[in-house]
Design a protein around this ligand. Sequence first.
Ligand code: S3P
Length: 185
Amino acid sequence: MSIYPLRAISLIGYRGSGKSSAAPLLAERLGWEWVDVDNEIQLLTGHSIRHIFEFDGEIAFRDVESVVLSNICFREHVVIATGGGAVLKPENRQRMREVGAVVWLQASIQTLWQRICSDPRSAAMRPALTNRDPLSEIELLLSEREPLYAEAATLVVNTDGLSTERIVDEILMEIEPLVPRETSA
Ligand code: S3P
């Protein structure tokens, strides 16, 4: 990983791990910009994530996701909220590590489930990824993805029971010493 200079902080983790909530607060504390990859995909394509999955399929979605993420990685001083499946492509894992820190926001299955259910964005942003019931989908995909999150991550934060503020505090405690002084808030 090229940690100096730190150009980006990518937040990775399963749906409901808190990436999109933590990203704006983290960016504000650093005086950086932040970007949500799913939002960028929707802006670029003019379609909701659910629509893309339904009409173009997951493979097409993953290709767009990869292009969008790769373009965002050219920006300086950006906090990137990725989608939960962004780690599936090896080139995405590599690219995020090349440009900075990659923070895995971990959470238990119960926590993820509760956060997904209470997030009003879920309907548009989170199409079903398997034919399983929602809870066993999380179990299955988490078991498949955990090794990928672990491989990509340069920092792991367990978010169970933590407020967004505390999550950001935990990240900053580790990351702030690596941020160039003049860009730190
Ligand atoms: C996905 C997670 C979603 C979104 C898409 C696919 C996944 O993002 O990219 O529905 O494969 O886990 P969030 O993690 O922000 O929900």
